[in-house]
Ligand binder design. Structure first.
Ligand SMILES: Nc1ncnc2c1ncn2[C@@H]1O[C@H](COP(=O)(O)OP(=O)(O)OP(=O)(O)O)[C@@H](O)[C@H]1O
Ligand SMILES: [Mg+2]
Length: 482
């Protein structure tokens, strides 16, 4: 490979077809001189259109290649090689002085002195400063395993984006299984019930993490009682704009009824219903308010989440079960939309309350397709307070337009799998962690299981990886007819 030209931002490299065939988009090269080098990333290639200087460089390149192998007499193969000679288009990611990589250097390599070579994982990790103290193996680069530091996910927002079936959930499972070993405590909002086997190996036997994974299936092995939730949480639910959106006047009436019932005995859904009817009959409750409250009580009953004999809702105790690190998987797969919203809301609000009071240590939340069960502004609000509260957030979606714009700016780590469709590509190009051109030139070409990673995990250098396979029992196969 030979340096063709560089403006310090883009660098073009002339290379023989055999060399180009071994390179992929996203690979890193070093344009090396004595003591200083340019670190560049391949974005694509094109055919060479021969100009005078190119002719000279190509002749040098081919002579070097041929000198290694055969005689120069076979002119036709030389001409074929010239026709197929490529120009690699690369972006400059930094300039390496000794062992220090600087991003904003204006240095450009000499065409006569610089040598170009591909970097392997070890060299690249060293140059970009990936020296994980708490290593998390996530993928392969150039055949070698790339390990990132668990701390890069701590109190951070991590986005996992990509078209259906490309490996987003697979990556999330890999991250969870590795991070729990470092003490991360996860709450997983599992929309498709595909995290329920996190504690099992592919052959169905329990894995080493088995005891650290708690699967709650609301409505089945996890029920709620009104008294166990308490008036504060009920009022919060009634106020939820994306579910009950109750007027204040009705909420005040509800509070009065609840307190009366509590002083007389037990607060249950049936007792509430009965009391609202009786007040309506006696004329002590306005018809409109009574009807609004009755509708909401019935909606709560229809969620199937309530059992008046259920123990108190105690998230603090749940967290204690995963004290050494673990995951509490909330299986939302068999719940109605309303039931999902109720479950997610009570967990999130309770977690926030406990974190704000420092009653529990830091936690991590994994949410798949969060637009289906949380209110629109929820994550934006949470993300702004996340570092203060000690929350790490992992949001996973195949619909990038559901990621609120503010979060494009706030994302600490982005794992981007393949997108082909123009409108999705436009959406992800709003991510501020990475420039639009890199995204558009790499993302549509990623294979299944490959992703572009950028953020704290990669010290802000974009890397393309093949995500590691795992021995976790897979539940998330994308359903097809074939
Ligand atoms: N790196 C990988 N190695 C081995 N298998 C993988 C890898 N990535 C994904 N798979 C497999 O491919 C299938 C689809 O992956 P996954 O469920 O993670 O996709 P997804 O992006 O979450 O899709 P969806 O948008 O439908 O949720 C699964 O069976 C998964 O086990
Ligand atoms: Mg998935």
């Amino acid at each position: 490979m030979k340096l063709r030209c560089s403006d310090g931002f883009r660098t073009e490299i002339i290379c023989a077809p055999s060399e180009a065939d071994n390179l992929s988009r996203g690979d890193y090269l070093l344009v090396e001189e004595e003591g200083v080098s340019q670190l560049v990333q391949v974005l694509g290639s094109r055919h060479l259109m021969l100009q005078q200087l190119d002719q000279h460089l190509v002749r040098e390149l081919l002579l070097e290649q041929k000198a290694k192998k055969e005689d120069l007499s076979d002119l036709s193969t030389i001409l074929d090689d010239i026709k197929d000679t490529r120009i690699l288009e690369t972006f400059v990611r930094g300039v390496v002085y000794g062992s220090v990589t600087i991003r904003n250097s204006t240095w450009i390599p000499s065409r006569t002195k610089a040598k170009v070579r591909r970097l392997n994982m070890g060299e690249l990790s060293q140059l970009i400063g990936l020296d994980p103290k708490y290593p998390v193996p996530i993928g392969r680069y150039d055949g070698d395993v790339l390990r990132v530091d668990a701390s890069a996910f701590d109190s951070s927002l991590t986005l996992i984006l990509g078209r259906k079936g490309q490996g987003k959930s697979h990556l999330a499972k890999l991250l969870i299984c590795n991070l729990v070993k470092y003490g991360f405590k996860f709450f997983v909002f599992d929309l498709n019930g595909e995290y329920t086997k996190l504690g099992f190996k592919k052959d169905g036997s329990p894995s080493e993490l088995h005891d650290r994974i708690i699967v709650l299936s609301p409505g089945k092995n996890f029920k709620l009682s009104l008294e166990g939730l308490g008036l504060r949480t009920l009022v919060l639910l009634l106020r939820m704009p994306h579910l009950f959106n109750t007027r204040e006047v009705s909420i005040r009436a509800f509070e009065v009824i609840w307190k009366d019932l509590a002083s007389q005995g037990r607060v249950t859904l049936s007792a509430l219903e009965h009391e609202i009817y009786s007040r309506l009959k006696k004329g002590t409750l306005h018809r409109e308010i009574a009807e609004a409250l009755l509708r909401r009580v019935r909606t709560l009953r229809d969620t199937g989440l309530f059992d008046e004999n259920a123990p108190p809702f105690n998230v603090e105790d749940l967290v204690k079960h995963v004290d050494r690190g673990g995951a509490i998987v909330l299986n939302l797969s068999e719940l109605s939309q309303n039931a999902r919203k109720v479950v997610v809301e009570i967990f999130l609000s309770e977690l926030e309350r406990l974190l704000a009071r420092r009653d529990i240590g830091p936690i991590a939340i994994v949410a798949e397709e969060a637009q289906f069960y949380t209110r629109e502004t929820y994550w934006e609000n949470l993300v702004t307070r996340m570092r203060h509260l000690g929350i790490s957030i992992f949001l996973i979606t195949n619909q990038p337009k559901t990621v609120p714009p503010e979060m494009h700016a706030q994302a600490d780590n982005c794992f981007i799998f393949n997108f082909r469709n123009q409108s999705d590509l436009n959406e992800i190009s709003k991510l501020q962690a990475i420039d639009r051109e890199t995204l558009l030139r790499i993302v549509p070409f990623l294979d299944k299981g490959e992703c572009l990673v950028i953020g704290k995990v990669t010290k802000e250098f974009p890397l393309t990886l093949r995500v590691l396979n795992t021995d976790i029992m897979v539940m998330g196969e994308t359903r097809t007819h074939l």
